[in-house]
Ligand binder design. Structure first.
Ligand SMILES: [Ca+2]
Length: 154
């Protein structure tokens, strides 16, 4: 079951994440995931953003495939990563102008975008890839489930 979406893409720009290392701490920068390796992550529906812990360098391209369904409110029918067709998120949503309840992503603190079925994703800035369900910001708490996502760094 579950709708597979193949997305060639790079999403998402990033702003370098501020280091939280305390002064005097030896801090190792994250390494780029093995290129060509497929990384499996879960996008939990009950929080705005999920840090995939997949680190990409500026300009790097990657593909995203997403599977499964989540509930965007108690008892709601399962929602695939495609979201609710014909519904465009407004102000107060995680990513306004993107499809309601669709898979959205960003890198670091860059402008987020909808992860759709086509188009190339690339990291506009160096940092982690974040993914989420495009719900209204104040009603993530009643969501449940997770999409399974496979990210392959080109
Ligand atoms: Ca909700």
């Amino acid at each position: 079951m579950g709708t597979a979406r193949r997305c060639r893409a790079a999403v998402v720009s990033l702003v370098a994440i501020a280091s939280s290392a305390a002064a005097g701490t030896v801090y190792a920068a994250p390494s780029v995931p093995d290129q060509g390796a497929k990384h499996e992550v879960y996008v939990e529906a009950d929080r705005p953003w999920n840090n995939t812990k997949i680190w990409v360098e500026e300009g790097q391209t990657f593909t995203i495939e997403a599977f499964g369904t989540v509930e965007i409110s108690p008892g709601a029918a399962g929602t695939t990563p495609n979201g609710r067709e014909g519904c465009i998120a407004g102000e107060g949503w995680l990513v306004p102008e993107a499809t309601c309840y669709s898979l959205v992503g960003r890198t670091a603190d860059s402008e987020p975008t909808e992860i759709d079925d086509f188009g190339g994703y690339y990291a506009k800035e160096t940092g982690y890839i974040y993914l989420g369900v495009n719900d209204e910001n104040d009603v993530f708490f009643d969501n449940s489930g997770a999409w399974r996502v496979e990210i392959t760094v080109d």
